[in-house]
Design a protein. Structure first.
Length: 396
């Protein structure tokens, strides 16, 4: 870029500025401050908040929090405190941060190499153009530039070597301290492990002794229990034998009593059976006799009923005939009286005299019909009573 743009390289780096007169100025950029603004979160942070690779990027540096994805909260920038010499704190970043920084460092180195090649090509072109325009002046400038470059290079190499030696010394001291710390931790851990193993062995030994003692006690208790069980078994066998003898004796007595009871029961059952048979026979004979007497009584009752029915029928028939005869006689007498009365009345009142005697005749006829109906009802009632009495006799 020929407009005066600065190209940043990892510290220490060279900045080239090209003017219209093709003057080359080699400047050395140093970063001696102890704080820097993060290009991502814009916080003014200390040297410890940046990795070595990011710190060398200058204004484009990013803090560890932004690289790991956990940026710190924004705060007001503070005035940096100057420091005579940089004393970087060597802290191990997280694995992903280191990996990202290494990738960014490799990319920055590649970009720096490409930029350097581009600048060299541009410088060569500019140099060639300058040689064609001003050969003598270019030679002097190149000589001065070469001397200055050599001087700066020597200073840069000396400073770089001193920084590398300082870093190597710090790393060696840190490594030694880490090794001593690890050795002390290992020794303490080993001692703790040995004490732990000794304590576990002692506890195990004590537990085994207690288990052995407990097993002995359990064995003695088991033997005692077995002995007691054997004694109980013998006592139980004796008790069972005694009980069996008693049961056998008792059973024999029960069988004897049962045989006696069975014989006695059989005799009683035979006696009861004979008595029942005799009783049954007597009952059957009594029943048979009662049946015969019942049949004779029914026959006598039937005969008496038939005679009664015949007598009732004859009486009924006689009563009907008498009632009929009486009704006829009353009717004839009424007709004769009506006829006699008609003959004695005056001829002028023929119509009245003819209608007047009709009333007693009709009354007489009605009375005769009523008497006949009553006689029929009596006869019918007698028939019904006879029928009921006959049914009762049949049921009996």
């Amino acid at each position: 870029d020929w407009s005066g743009r600065k190209i940043a390289y990892p510290t220490p780096y060279l900045s080239f500025t090209f003017s219209d007169t093709t003057k080359i100025r080699l400047l050395r950029s140093t970063t001696m401050s102890t704080s820097r603004t993060c290009s991502s979160c814009t916080n003014d942070l200390t040297r410890a908040d940046f990795s070595k690779n990011q710190w060398q990027k200058g204004p484009n540096a990013k803090c560890k929090g932004c690289i790991s994805g956990n940026p710190p909260p924004k705060k007001e920038p503070e005035n940096p405190v100057p420091e005579t010499s940089p004393s970087p704190e060597l802290r191990e970043p997280a694995e992903d941060v280191v990996k990202k920084e290494e990738e960014e460092q490799a990319a920055a180195a590649a970009a720096a190499a490409a930029e350097k090649e581009r600048i060299e090509a541009e410088a060569a072109a500019a140099k060639k153009a300058a040689e064609e325009a001003e050969v003598a002046k270019k030679a002097e400038e190149e000589k001065a530039s070469a001397e200055l470059a050599a001087k700066l290079k020597a200073e840069e190499e000396a400073k770089k070597k001193a920084e590398e030696e300082k870093i190597a010394a710090e790393l060696a001291a840190k490594k030694k301290a880490e090794e001593e710390k690890i050795a002390a931790e290992a020794a303490a851990k080993k001692k703790a492990e040995e004490e732990k193993i000794a304590a576990e062995f002692e506890a195990k030994k004590k537990a085994e002794e207690e288990a052995k003692k407990k097993a002995e006690e359990e064995k003695i208790a088991a033997e005692a229990a077995a002995k007691k069980a054997e004694e109980e078994k013998i006592a139980a066998e004796l008790e069972a034998k005694k009980k069996a003898e008693e049961d056998a004796k008792k059973k024999a007595e029960e069988e004897k009593i049962a045989a006696e009871l069975a014989a006695k029961k059989k005799a009683e059952e035979e006696k009861i059976a004979a008595e029942l048979e005799a009783k049954k026979k007597a009952e059957e004979e009594a029943k048979k006799k009662a049946e015969e007497e019942k049949i004779a009584a029914e026959a006598a009752a039937k005969k008496a009923e038939e005679e009664k029915t015949a007598a009732e029928a004859a009486a009924k028939k006689k009563a009907e005939e008498e009632a009929k005869k009486k009704a006829e006689e009353e009717k004839n007498a009424a007709e004769a009286a009506a006829k006699k009365k008609t003959e004695e009345e005056v001829p002028a009142a023929t119509v009245q005299t003819q209608e007047t005697p009709k009333e007693p005749v009709e009354k007489k006829e009605a009375a005769g019909a009523k008497a006949a109906t009553e006689n029929n009802d009596i006869a019918q009632k007698s028939d019904e009573e006879f029928t009921k009495e006959a049914e009762c006799c049949i049921i009996l």
